[in-house]
Design a binder for this molecule. Sequence first.
Ligand SMILES: [Zn+2]
Length: 252
Amino acid sequence: MAKRFAGIFITLLLTVLFFAGCKKFEKAGAVQAPGVAITFDDNYVDNWVEYLPLLDSAGVRATFYICRYNRLTADQKNKIRIIESHGHEIAYHSTNHYNMMDYVYKQKHSLDEYMKCEIEDGLKLMNRDGFYPTTFAYPAGAHNGIADKMLQRYFKSVRALNGTNDFTKSLASTEKNDVLYGLGIDKSSKRSDDVIMQVIKSAFENKDCAVFVAHNINAAIPLSVTRERLLKMFAYIKSLGMKYYTASEISN
Ligand SMILES: [Zn+2]
């Protein structure tokens, strides 16, 4: 009898240990389901507003990293409010769009000066108008670990650029996403649709979030993603049942 109870006890114990062991394989973190984060940089608010219906038509919630806020007109600031009201995230892209590495290491300013002029001053202006960015993108993707650390005082994540052919860098996972590496999808990136679809597919298969970067939408300049490419991406994302994340939603 005692032997039988011991047997049951050991079975129960093993079952408990098995499930406890499984726990660490569960997904816990920002990216719970495979998805895509589409981000736009700079201050092309007139262009972006024009294409809100295109983004709405596919249920896209994107992130707009804003720079040179001090140079926007009242009408353009209002357009940012409209963009936000469509469910998009308004994020931050510095005051003057200076390249941080050049500003600090070539022009010999201190990192504290960078934080004051390029982060705090511009952020204050946005805050005054009711915009409270919680994520940041480096102009030209120029960053280093020291600045990343300092910027954590202000933001949940910083986004740099993925200038490599290692596309896994642009897949944000459940792990710590405090530095994101966006993959360019503008015409200037010279990337093919196939590569971009591959990255989306990898995000789907690995239950990650693919992070993309563009500037304008459907404009006749290289720094713009085409309408055709966006539609292709939207259709593929929909066919895989993936979701859209904003930058702050995948940052932790
Ligand atoms: Zn930029």
